[in-house]
Design a protein around this ligand. Structure first.
Ligand SMILES: [Cu+2]
Length: 199
């Protein structure tokens, strides 16, 4: 009987530890991001001025009146970025003509290598509604700060490097305010319907 009780306690404490971990991760991924500091309902996002994949200036003002999705990454990324851009492409495709009322913005965290021409070439593999953005290291750093993005250069073999970076997709509303992280792990049609509510 005693052994059973301690076994039960063990199971219970393991469950509680798991719950604490889960809640912690959840808060980190969502609540924490939308509630920390700053004026207004959310301090994520803000003004930026970058260059798109066609060499044209792109600013936050270009998106006024339409919701947009923002994802930070880089073209040399081996897995997370291509997967995310592929999933985003599926959602944009599922939107049909409504895709013209939303923009998927891919901002590089690796401006040294990701020139507009490289971004353009890279994005040609994905949905045409995706826009790339790059700029001077200072301009990119400032937009990373505005979106609380973590990005860090990691040296690999000689003279090469990869980028460690956070991989949230941000849903921004018509006014350019952060709504929530956008969930891509669902059927494209379901995700597309969720987006339509913000148009
Ligand atoms: Cu990546």
């Amino acid at each position: 009987m005693k052994a059973r009780t301690s076994q039960l306690l063990l199971v219970l404490s393991a469950f509680l530890a798991g719950l604490v971990l889960f809640v912690g991760v959840f808060l980190f991924a969502t609540g924490n991001l939308s509630s920390v500091g700053g004026p207004g309902p959310s301090a994520i996002g803000g003004a930026f001025k970058l260059t798109d994949q066609n060499g044209k200036t792109i600013t936050d003002q270009d998106f006024k009146g339409h919701p947009f999705l923002v994802f930070f990454g880089y073209t040399h990324c081996p897995d997370v970025c291509p997967t995310t851009l592929f999933e985003l492409s599926e959602v944009l495709h599922a939107l049909g003509p409504d895709a013209n009322r939303i923009t998927g913005l891919f901002i590089t965290v690796d401006p040294e290598r990701d020139t507009p021409a490289i971004m353009k070439d890279y994005l040609s593999s994905f949905d045409p509604h995706l826009r790339g953005a790059t700029g001077s290291p200072a301009a990119v750093e400032s937009v990373e700060k505005a979106y609380r993005v973590y990005a860090k250069k990691v040296p690999t073999e000689k003279d090469d490097y990869s980028m460690d970076h956070s991989a949230l997709v941000y849903l921004m509303d018509k006014q350019g305010h952060f709504v929530a992280p956008f969930d891509l792990k669902r059927k494209p049609q379901v995700a597309a319907d969720a987006l339509r509510k913000y148009m």
